[in-house]
Design a protein around this ligand. Structure first.
Ligand SMILES: O=C(O)CCC(=O)C(=O)O
Length: 363
């Protein structure tokens, strides 16, 4: 089946579960689209997006848990995706629990030879200025370094063709940890690598505090490919700021503010440092580390990538979701094409095939 058909089959199949499965009855009222309006993936995307937003605005952990249990049941029992090779216990449980409570968890650093190979590969590849662009104008890294846009990304096919990268992002212990945190077998929604350039005057977009909503529950792998100290734009986050109980506590504390906290938290996309400081007791945690430092992050925490003041930063980010809430174009590479030459063949076997189905198309 093509990646496109598999995506649409997932959407249709899970939507039918929502409409019929008894265990999903408590959330069914959030999915009220007329069936004839659901034709393409984007139609299902918006239905999920609306339901998700409603659960978040109501800080309803129960609704999110019911949905994810439903997804897990659908993936394991209807799609019959085996969790073979995934494990629990030991560090997996410990790391997933830290990720859940703090909103971040450190992973063992990546082997320095592999990091050097990844870094050296990207030094030779063309990139493009700004955020995600499916059809970018490419220029060399040397030109980008002269031009100094605030960030420069690499095309997806370049990222997938990088040595070691997909093997690291799909390491069975990492995937087991992510699965434990999510409550189901993940779907990878994005692989990206970008430079954040230093010596600009003002922070922009994700360099200002914000949180992201990509799925009912999701997390990211952030792997530093250059050394990241305070001058190289560390990732900064407010520990625990994803926790609905913490957010309910703040709502109660500001119950007399005429809805100012809710307005700020739910509707102001970019958040000023002084407001974050006013509402949250904890000081931001700054994630610094040498190249090869690796974190799992919950992007629903309030966070930002600090604007680098001294040195350019190169990072890799992988997004792991419960459901395929793809907002960008689906452009899988086919196994056998040049971009797949360096990929380990075990990525073709379940559950890794399922996990990577938006990016790698098997026959
Ligand atoms: O660059 C970073 O550390 C954070 C990136 C980020 O917040 C985002 O892409 O939404």
């Amino acid at each position: 089946m093509s990646a496109h058909d598999e995506l649409l089959a997932w959407d249709r199949g899970f939507y039918s579960e929502i409409l019929t499965a008894e265990h999903l009855a408590p959330i069914r009222h959030l999915y009220d689209a007329p069936p004839e309006s659901l034709k393409e993936h984007k139609d299902f995307f918006w239905v999920h997006n609306r339901a998700m937003w409603s659960m978040i605005c109501n800080l309803s952990q129960t609704a999110i848990d019911i949905t994810i249990n439903g997804i897990d049941d659908y993936v394991r029992n209807r799609l019959k995706i085996p969790a073979a090779g995934l494990s629990e216990g030991g560090k997996v449980d410990e790391t997933a629990a830290a990720l859940s409570s703090q909103g971040y968890a450190a992973l063992p650093p990546v082997d320095s030879n592999k990091i050097s190979a990844i870094h050296d590969y990207f030094e030779t590849q063309d990139c493009y200025a700004g955020r995600y662009n499916p059809d970018p104008d490419l220029y060399s890294l040397e030109e980008a370094r002269q031009d100094r846009p605030y960030i420069a990304h690499y095309p997806l096919s370049t990222v997938l063709g990088c040595p070691h990268l997909m093997a690291i992002a799909n390491h069975p212990v990492l995937i087991s940890t992510v699965a434990k945190f999510l409550g189901t077998i993940p779907t990878i929604l994005d692989y990206s690598v970008w430079w954040s350039f230093s010596h600009r005057d003002t922070p922009k977009e994700a360099q200002l505090f914000h949180y992201d909503i990509a799925d009912y529950r999701f997390c990211t792998l952030m792997m530093y490919l250059t050394d990241v100290d305070d001058g190289a734009g560390p990732h900064l986050l407010i520990e625990g700021s994803h926790d609905f109980d913490v957010l309910k506590g703040i709502q109660q504390k500001h119950a007399d503010d005429d809805g100012a906290f809710n307005q700020w938290y739910f509707y102001q996309q970019r958040k000023m440092d002084e407001d974050v400081e006013r509402y949250f007791d904890n000081k931001p945690v700054s994630l610094t580390g040498k190249a090869g430092t690796n974190y799992l992050l919950v992007p629903r925490t309030i966070h930002k990538g600090v604007m680098p003041s001294e040195t350019d930063r190169l990072v890799c980010q992988v997004v792991y979701c419960c459901s395929p809430q793809l907002q960008t174009e689906l452009r899988p590479v086919k196994w056998g094409s040049p971009a797949t030459e360096k990929l380990p063949k075990w990525l073709k076997a379940e559950p890794f095939r399922y996990i990577n189905r938006l990016f790698l198309e098997t026959d």
